[in-house]
Design a binder for this molecule. Structure first.
Ligand code: ASP
Ligand code: MG
Length: 406
């Protein structure tokens, strides 16, 4: 007997037919003698609609009421899922965030889970009851409904799996697993049987939106075995596990891209102590997240150029902040470029293998692709290239690292 948390994403519970189908998946685990907790998202599109309603109210809104509104998509799906299970002859009930309780802090719209009571749930599970839990919601210390940030149903599922010491957390979605790269770009992309938490974290934060980033962090910290699989097919998915479970580690596991990047170059920046602090301080104060940074050495000893990237959504704000401080800091010119894409090769194997970055640079050079900015971490090498070369770069790298399917 195993204890399994199954989470169904928005497309997997997008209408009544699909909810009934998802219920069959819960039933088959239950029939096999397992304890089952089902976490549901809102029907796909519903949360966006609810957010839009709040926006249409206009002006600044009370974040506590925002949460009441946007949490409702999951609430109705939880009730519907419980009904679908009951119709299959299974004892099932819904548990709203406050009923469990899933306790959070009071940061409405992006709350963090602080604790989960599991005693009553465990008793019911032992009796053969399926617990249906709406994702994305919790309860604040002030007894208000909170939500966990967009994509937060993954977080609910992983947190529950951790608290319940579940054997597995199955994330049912509209893709059948994690691929070496986006199969829409590279037809020879391969599904990975396993991927490490750290690699998944890099891939998630780099734009492959299969799992919410925070949920991967939580899974890593609590060693929750997460399986990403399709609701629409029966093939096994990809299991996210710790490194020691992966027997034959590839040097590079995957290649991901993020198009949500913009590059800012500052020309003729005074070359003297304190300038970087004067540039990045005001950006940090304005909550602009800076990612890759390169600074040239100064040729004349007086000025230098400095390039960095920010998220597309922050570009305008970043330029405004820089313009405001331009004279004071001593910046000659500010050049913004949003036609860029960040390509990253990711793999825990590169910790123990030299030459991974070099292979990337060679491959791009052979294709005549110019690298604008480079950054590295222990398990990742990222380059920024012109957007028009993005797909060519991914295809070439996928081949170069031996990831193409036969
Ligand atoms: N429905 C929420 C959202 O779209 C939470 C989720 O589905 O994970 O962000
Ligand atoms: Mg999601």
């Amino acid at each position: 007997m195993a204890r399994i948390v199954q989470k169904f994403g928005g497309t997997s519970v997008a209408d009544i037919e699909r909810i009934k189908n998802a219920a069959l998946r819960a039933k088959s685990e239950h029939d096999a003698g397992n304890e089952v907790v089902v976490v549901v998202s809102a029907m796909s599109g519903v949360t966006n609609q609810l957010v839009a309603y709040v926006d249409q109210m206009g002006g600044l809104f009370d974040a506590r009421e925002y949460d009441v509104v946007v949490a409702s998509g999951e609430q109705s799906n939880a009730g519907l899922m419980a009904l679908a299970l009951q119709a299959l002859g299974i004892q099932a009930r819904s548990w709203l965030g406050w009923q469990i309780a899933i306790e959070t802090d009071d940061v409405h719209g992006k709350a963090r889970i602080t604790g989960i009571e599991t005693a009553e749930l465990e008793k019911r599970l032992a009796d053969g009851e399926i617990a249906v839990v709406p994702g994305f919601q919790g309860i604040s210390p002030a007894n208000r409904v909170t939500t966990l940030g967009r994509g937060g149903s993954d977080l609910t599922a992983v947190a529950l799996a951790g608290a319940l010491k579940a054997d597995r957390c199955d994330i049912y979605t509209d893709v059948d697993g994690i691929y070496t790269t986006d199969p829409r770009i590279v037809s020879k992309a391969q599904k990975l049987d396993k991927i490490t938490y750290e690699e998944m974290l890099e891939m998630a934060s780099l734009g492959s939106k299969v799992l919410q980033t925070r949920s991967v962090e939580l899974a890593m910290n609590h060693k929750v075995r997460v399986q990403v699989r399709s609701s629409f097919e029966d093939s096994p998915g990809t299991i996210v596990v710790s490194e020691d479970e992966i027997v034959e580690q590839q040097v590079v596991s995957g290649i991901s891209q993020s198009t949500d990047e913009a590059k800012i170059t500052l020309l003729k920046v005074a070359d003297q102590p304190g300038v970087a602090a004067a540039i990045f301080g005001p950006l940090a104060d304005a909550a602009v997240n800076v990612d890759m940074i390169v600074q040239n050495i100064s040729e004349d000893g007086n000025t230098t150029d400095l390039t960095f990237t920010v998220g597309m959504a922050d570009l305008e704000k970043a330029v405004a902040v820089l313009e405001k401080n331009q004279a004071e800091i001593g910046v000659g010119e500010i050049v913004a470029d949003s036609d860029v894409v960040k390509i990253s090769v990711v793999g825990v194997g590169m910790r123990s293998h030299a030459g991974v970055a070099q292979k990337m640079f060679m491959t791009l050079a052979e294709k005549g692709i110019n690298i604008k900015v480079i950054s590295t971490s222990e398990i990742k090498v990222s380059v920024l290239v012109a957007e028009e070369y993005g797909e060519l770069a991914i295809r070439a790298l996928h081949t170069a690292y031996g990831l193409d399917a036969d």
